[in-house]
Write a protein that binds this ligand. Structure first.
Ligand SMILES: Cc1ncc(COP(=O)(O)O)c(C=O)c1O
Length: 381
């Protein structure tokens, strides 16, 4: 079965983890700072803090920025639940904007009307690895004195205006190291913040709010924090994976180009199906390869297409069921549900993520496109 995403682990990764298991410290040891420094340098950022997941990275980011009860953040409906849930963890309210129907990314024009005196942050998600409209969102955040947070869980290695995501001066940029992402530590994540004081706060919150002088036995718990640490075992895997990240990215981009060419070959001139759009000022990291399909135009439901692809050994997924379709978020944002979101409706109705990971064989990608053609054009019915 081809899954929509999966990890890429080799013997060097396994050897690195085994070596870490033989070290005196399995956690809170030297590999944490080494991984943080190497990760930050790769992104072009001054520093990073690693933690236990992308979700905890979001929680740490919101908490370190001082977002709390009574505050509002504005984000996209086309994201994983954690983007919003982490705001609930700090007691904030989430306002849900609309997306660009072509990309599924936050539409800047839909953000401005949601800004209130309580708004503290705009949270962009780089869906599938394609950076959101950061120039517009940054200008809006600056003009309204709001934090700009990037949920870059899909976008490690993406570039915007020639700079890697994480290198720009957003207030926080968050990554995930879940196995389907660009590099994995099993579970894990990272936060990049702009100044040393913010990094210190993130690091303190990651470890129970504890402050300890170097070398001292005594410590002080200064505020409520969590255990969101990443172990040395996980950091060993992260370092080994990081050394291969350029290759992982190149493989993902080559497969995306292959899919694009195969879609053009197998569906020539058919405007009912399209590859994800590309833009001159940004380069996707291709966490996902999500095609837009006019299922009604083909006379087949998405459920049926996914089931038939599954029967042919091809796993697909939908990224994402919009936040406001879930009881959690409906319950939290009842006044938000009724507002029309035409971009979201359009994007959600059409999107389908095809298998994409560095070791996917181009021949398998070709088979995916050919099976998609059979399923959509009724060859099996
Ligand atoms: C956009 C987005 N944000 C946040 C997360 C949460 O990351 P994690 O699974 O590492 O907690 C994910 C994970 O899938 C994600 O895709």
């Amino acid at each position: 079965m081809l899954s929509y995403g999966r990890q890429t682990i080799d013997e060097a990764d396994i050897a690195a983890v085994v070596e870490a298991l033989r070290a005196p410290q399995l956690t809170c040891g030297p590999l944490v700072a080494r991984f943080e420094q190497a990760f930050a340098a790769w992104c072009g950022a001054p520093f990073a803090s690693v933690c236990s997941s992308g979700t905890s990275a979001l929680h740490l980011a919101y908490a370190a920025l001082g977002i709390g009860p009574g505050d509002e953040i504005i984000t996209t409906p086309i994201t994983f639940s954690a983007t919003a849930a982490a705001a609930y963890y700090v007691g904030a309210t989430v306002r849900i904007a609309d997306v660009d129907p072509r990309t599924g990314n936050l539409a800047p024009a839909s953000v401005a009307p949601l800004i209130t005196p309580r708004t503290r942050a705009i949270v962009a998600v780089h869906l599938g690895g394609l950076p959101a409209d950061m120039a517009e969102l940054r200008a809006l955040a600056r003009s309204r004195n709001l934090f700009l947070v990037e949920d870059a869980c899909h976008a490690l290695g993406a570039t915007y205006a020639g700079r890697r995501v994480g290198a720009d001066d957003s207030d926080a940029v968050v990554f995930s190291f879940h196995p389907v992402k660009h590099l994995t530590t099993g579970e894990g994540g990272a936060v990049i913040v702009r100044d040393a004081a913010a990094k210190k706060r993130v690091d303190r919150l990651r470890q129970h709010g504890i402050v300890r002088e170097p070398g001292a036995w005594a410590y002080e718990v200064q505020e409520l924090g969590w255990n969101y640490r990443l172990s040395d075992i996980a950091c060993a895997l992260g370092l080994a994976q990081l050394s291969k990240l350029d290759g992982f990215l190149a493989a993902r981009r080559a497969l995306a180009a292959h899919y694009r060419a195969e879609l053009a070959r197998v569906f020539p001139g058919d405007d009912r199906i399209s590859a994800p759009p590309e833009f001159a000022d940004r380069e996707s990291a291709y966490h996902l390869f999500a095609v837009a399909i006019d299922f009604a135009g083909f006379g087949v439901t998405r459920d049926r297409a996914m089931a038939e692809l599954g029967a042919a050994g091809i796993g697909t997924q939908v990224h994402y069921i919009p936040l406001l379709h879930h009881p959690l978020h409906i319950g939290r944002c009842p006044d938000e549900c009724a507002r029309p979101r035409p971009g979201t409706d359009h994007y959600f109705a059409r999107t389908l993520s095809l298998p994409l990971y560095p070791t996917l064989a181009p021949a398998d990608a070709t088979r995916v496109v050919e099976e998609l053609h059979r399923v959509l054009l009724g060859g099996s019915r």
